[in-house]
Design a protein around this ligand. Structure first.
Ligand code: SF4
Ligand code: SF4
Length: 293
């Protein structure tokens, strides 16, 4: 996979400031990001999802413990002491960031206390459109939306249920609602000046031949980058194979016809702190804050 130059970036203002919205190897390793695990619950069910609280697993959805929105500013202050290059505060779980109001409350407080930090939110997108104004008002400049399919039949095989406005929907009805909301959410965030990256979990046999359609659709809605995350087989999908390097490369090439491809994701924990793939001070950070379980 080619390594793009900084000059190619669709978002040059983030190069070197946000490790996951930078295109060059130097840009990836200049600034640190903190993940604050403030979001406890989720409103959809992904069949690969395995959330847990521990200090050993290295994957998304895992944190030592939950941080409350009221603790957020204090944790960021300590993280800045430990990690002077900290430029980004992200919330990526352990559940969905828009299922509860915890993430937006935390970001609002952080934006008031540290207006120069970039706030970064990761979501399944079910409530992205309805929250778009509040997201931008909370200082969130970058949004990652996980879109695993834009065909309801494929999506329903990956995430079979959603809970939306108090109603539980299943199958293709649930999937169609989720996809509509994701696309509308991407449109609204980009119209408000936010930069959107799409994460797609690459699941051989389910969506590997569909990645180009995902990339084309989210690009038309305004997304600027796509990150294909190889499936970590777990939970209902524990017996499915992870994609091979060749399958990943093929999918990246297909997606690359429509979008810049981000190809150095480290599938970080929901409480990581440091430069992705290089340093992690989260054990010290969360140990010190008294939120370690
Ligand atoms: Fe898990 Fe995220 Fe899917 Fe929710 S949206 S079930 S937290 S992977
Ligand atoms: Fe960046 Fe990937 Fe880690 Fe998210 S999981 S912080 S996109 S490297």
């Amino acid at each position: 996979h080619r390594n793009p130059a900084a000059a190619d970036s669709p978002f040059p203002h983030l190069e070197g400031r946000h490790p996951c919205f930078s295109l060059t190897p130097e840009g990836h390793s200049q600034a640190a990001r903190l993940h604050l695990p403030v979001s406890p619950a989720c409103n959809i069910t992904c069949r690969f999802c395995h959330r847990a609280f521990n200090d050993t697993d290295h994957r998304p959805g895992v944190a030592r413990a939950l941080v409350s929105p009221d603790q957020a500013v204090d944790v960021v202050r300590r993280a800045l002491d430990l990690c002077p290059s900290l430029a980004v505060v992200g919330i990526a779980g352990p559940g969905d960031t828009l299922c509860t109001d915890h993430a937006l409350r935390a970001f609002t407080a952080i934006h008031t206390a540290f207006p120069d930090l970039i706030n970064c939110l990761s979501t399944n997108g079910l409530r992205l459109a309805e929250k778009a104004e509040a997201i931008v008002a909370a200082g969130i400049k970058t949004v990652t939306v996980t879109v695993n399919a834009v065909d309801p039949t494929i999506e329903a095989a990956i995430s079979p249920t959603i809970t939306y406005r108090g109603q539980r929907l299943t199958g293709t009805a649930a999937a169609a609602r989720l996809i509509l909301n994701q696309i509308e959410g991407i449109r609204r965030i980009t119209a408000l000046g936010g930069v959107v990256k799409v994460n797609t979990v690459l699941i051989p046999g389910l969506n590997d031949s569909h990645v180009e359609a995902v990339a084309r659709t989210v690009a038309a809605a305004g997304a600027a980058m796509i990150n294909l995350i190889p499936l970590l087989p777990a939970f209902d999908f524990a017996d499915r194979p992870a994609p091979s390097a060749a399958q990943l490369a093929k999918a990246q090439a297909a997606a690359g016809a429509h979008l810049t491809v981000f190809s150095h994701c480290h599938r970080c924990r929901a409480d990581a702190c440091g430069i992705p793939g290089q340093s992690d001070v989260s054990a010290v950070l969360y140990g010190d804050t008294g939120v370690n379980s």
